[in-house]
Design a protein around this ligand. Structure first.
Ligand code: PSU
Length: 305
């Protein structure tokens, strides 16, 4: 019995030939960004990966299959799917979605599982999920953290999303034994902003070093992945003093409206988009593209080892 994987011809050929492939998630398309900017982002990210010498593999669940690599028609259909018609899939519900033949968008956690099943070692996204603010009473902690602890995929993100409790998120990752690697700076990035004021536990400055560390984890038999925290490009960042009060406002609205569980992150991202008149989305797209470029370079370095 093998996993229900359907590869695009391009991804299948690249994997068979040992060429670099970068996985991409689909929740960012269905739940993270509005139409039509989501489709535009998905296309641009795939192009950025090609421009950097790798093959993009966008992952989503449709018709009882995990699709690894999607053609433009499928990508457009997914981008047009309303959030309430696509399941937001994590480890807990991936099998249910497949068994019931429903459409599902993969979060960081589910994309890591699917990438690993497909033999893909690198994955680019925007920002991982983490410990939500107020988690001491809500217990809301993203399954992305646990997945990083158990599935051997290198995830390139601009840190965790700044709507979260970042210090607690880094503490949990440390407890889980996940290497958190700031790329090219000492500070951990904070999604829309380059600096968080929190020093990263690890720092690396080249894709080769990151590829070498992944290979060494495998040699040591260590489970789990690595998180590469790549700061947003300077020209696209929103200063922490500017985005901070906006995040606070969105959070208090979420609380007043009793938004909970899987709805929290999409609600906050949408409200911050409205409150910044689109600026947060522009930054989000810029950081995803930046992560796609670095992930491609890491994938290339991995195949050259
Ligand atoms: N990066 C973005 N936007 C997003 C996400 C990542 O720039 O919407 C998605 C990822 O799929 C991640 C999810 O796994 O947000 C986190 O959701 P939650 O906080 O509910 O675990």
């Amino acid at each position: 019995m093998t996993a229900p994987l359907t590869f695009s011809p391009e991804v299948r050929d690249a994997l068979a030939a040992g060429r670099p492939v970068v996985a991409l998630e689909s929740t960012i398309i269905t739940h993270g960004m509005p139409w039509p900017q989501n489709l535009d982002m998905a296309r641009q990210v795939e192009q950025a990966i090609r421009d950097n010498g790798a093959v993009p593999a966008t992952i989503a669940v449709m018709g009882g299959q995990i699709h690894v690599g999607m053609d433009d028609k499928a990508l457009e259909a997914l981008a047009q799917t309303p959030p309430d018609q696509a399941m937001k899939l994590s480890r807990a519900d991936l099998a249910v979605c497949l068994a019931n033949g429903r459409t599902g968008a993969t979060t960081v956690a589910a994309t890591m599982i699917c990438a690993h099943l497909a033999g893909i070692r690198v994955f680019a996204t925007g920002g991982i999920g983490g410990v939500h603010r107020g988690a001491e009473s809500s217990f809301d902690i993203s399954a992305d953290l646990q997945e990083l602890a158990q599935t051997p995929v290198t995830v390139v993100a601009a840190g965790a999303k700044a709507i979260l409790d970042l210090p607690k998120t880094w503490e949990v990752l440390e407890t889980l034994g996940v290497p958190v690697i700031a790329y090219g700076q000492d500070d951990l990035p904070a999604f829309w902003s380059r600096a968080s004021g929190i020093r990263a536990p690890l720092r690396m400055d080249s894709p080769d070093q990151i590829a070498a560390a992944a290979a060494m984890r495998a040699r040591l038999g260590l489970n789990g992945g690595q998180l590469v925290a790549n700061p947003i490009p300077p020209e696209a960042e929103i200063a922490a003093e500017v985005i901070g009060p906006v995040i606070e406002q969105a959070l208090s609205e979420a609380e007043a409206q009793r938004i909970a569980a899987k709805q929290v992150t999409p609600f906050l991202l949408q409200r911050i988009f409205e409150l910044t008149e689109g600026r947060s989305l522009h930054s989000n797209i810029a950081l995803v593209l930046n992560n796609a470029r670095l992930a491609s370079q890491i994938a290339v370095a991995m195949t050259q080892r």
